[in-house]
Ligand binder design. Structure first.
Ligand code: SAM
Length: 294
C-alpha cells in the first residue's frame, strides 16, 4: 500500500473525520497520528512478525492498527469510545485478523483477553499511542499484572518517558522510574514533535520501548513493602531519606533505631531518595522487613 492510501495520511484522516462526522473528545486524549515515519518507527521498534500478537490500546480511527495488521499475526485493539467502533470495523474490514473491542482498558481482564485473542501467537507486544490522561495507570497495570509480554512500545508525553528511563541522581529519577525499571528495561526510541498529530497536543511526545523483564533485577521478598519504602523515600524530594522514612515508619520515635537500620543496609541517612539505586532500595526494604518494620 502506498503512503497516501494509509488511514494515517493527513488527507485520508481529514476525509475520514468529515465523512463519518467524527468530533474529537479532548477528555479521552484523542490526538490522532498523521505521520508515516513516526508510525514506521513505532512498528519497527516493536519487532513484530507473523508469529507475534499486538495489543493496541486506543486505536482511534485505526492509523496504527492498520500498520500493525500488516506486520503482526493477530491484532486486538481496545477502544473506549463507542463512536469509533463502527468506523474502525468499516476501515479495517480487509484485515480479518484484527479484533476490535469496545472497552476501557483499565477495566478489562487482560489475562482472559490474552487467552481468547492470542492463543495462536508465540509472543505479544503492546503497541500504542496512549491517551495521555491515563498513561501511567495503563502502563502500571500492564507491568504489575505480569502478563506474558515481549515488549511495550508506546507514545507518551516526553516528560513521562524521560522519568521512566531516568538513572539515579537526576531530578527525573523517582518512584515511577523505579517501578518501571523493576519490571522492564526502558529505552527512548525517539522524540516526537506536536505537529504529527491532529489535533495537536499541548506537550511534546516520545516513543519509549519497555523490554519486559523475565525476572526483576533485584531480589525482593515483599514487593508491596519494597514499593512502600520507595514511595516513602520520595514523599518530600528535598528531605533526606532518614527524614522521609522517619515520618512514614517511625513516627513519634527517636532516631536511633532508624539510624542503626540504615547503617545495617549500608545507606547514609543524609542522602536523598533520588540518589538510591533499585538494589539499595531492595536492601533497605529487606532490613526494615527483617526488623518487623512495615
Ligand atoms: N491510535 C490512534 C492514533 O495513533 O492515531 C489514536 C491515539 S489517541 C492518542 C488515544 C486513543 O485512546 C483515543 O482513540 C481514545 O478514545 C482512546 N482511549 C482513551 N482512554 C481509553 C481507555 N481507558 N481505554 C481504551 N481506549 C482509550
Amino acid at each position: 500500500m502506498s503512503g497516501n492510501d494509509y488511514i494515517s495520511s493527513p488527507s485520508k484522516t481529514k476525509d475520514i473525520i468529515s465523512r463519518y462526522g467524527f468530533s474529537f473528545k479532548k477528555s479521552l486524549g484523542q490526538n490522532f497520528l498523521i505521520d508515516q515515519n513516526i508510525l514506521d518507527k513505532i512498528v519497527d521498534a516493536a519487532q513484530l512478525d507473523t508469529a507475534s500478537g499486538a495489543l493496541e490500546i486506543g486505536p482511534g480511527i485505526g492509523a496504527l492498527t492498520q500498520r500493525l495488521a500488516e506486520t503482526a499475526g493477530a491484532v486486538t485493539a481496545v477502544e473506549i469510545d463507542r463512536r469509533l467502533i463502527p468506523i474502525l470495523k468499516d476501515l479495517l474490514a480487509d484485515y480479518p485478523h484484527v479484533n476490535i473491542r469496545n472497552d476501557d482498558v483499565l477495566k478489562v481482564d487482560l489475562r482472559q483477553l490474552f487467552a481468547e485473542d492470542f492463543a495462536s501467537v508465540e509472543k505479544v507486544s503492546v503497541v500504542a499511542n496512549l491517551p495521555y490522561y491515563v498513561t501511567t495507570p495503563i502502563l502500571m497495570k500492564l507491568l504489575e499484572e505480569k502478563l506474558p509480554l515481549h515488549n511495550i512500545v508506546v507514545m507518551i508525553q516526553r516528560e513521562v518517558a524521560e522519568r521512566m528511563a531516568a538513572a539515579p541522581g537526576g531530578k527525573e529519577y523517582g518512584s515511577l522510574s523505579i517501578a518501571v525499571q523493576y519490571y522492564s528495561e526502558p529505552e527512548l526510541v525517539c522524540i516526537v514533535p506536536k505537529t504529527v498529530f491532529i489535533p495537536q497536543p499541548n506537550v511534546e511526545s516520545a516513543v519509549i520501548r519497555l523490554k519486559v523483564r523475565e525476572r526483576p533485577p533485584v531480589e525482593v521478598a515483599d514487593e508491596k513493602h519494597f514499593f512502600e519504602v520507595v514511595q516513602a523515600s520520595f514523599t518530600q524530594r528535598r528531605k533526606t531519606i532518614a527524614n522521609n522514612l522517619k515520618s512514614r515508619f517511625f513516627p513519634g520515635e527517636g532516631r536511633e533505631r532508624l539510624e542503626a537500620l540504615l547503617a545495617e543496609a549500608g545507606i547514609d541517612g543524609g542522602r536523598r531518595g533520588e540518589t538510591l539505586s533499585i538494589a539499595e532500595y531492595a536492601r533497605l526494604s529487606a532490613v526494615l522487613l527483617a526488623a518487623g518494620i512495615k
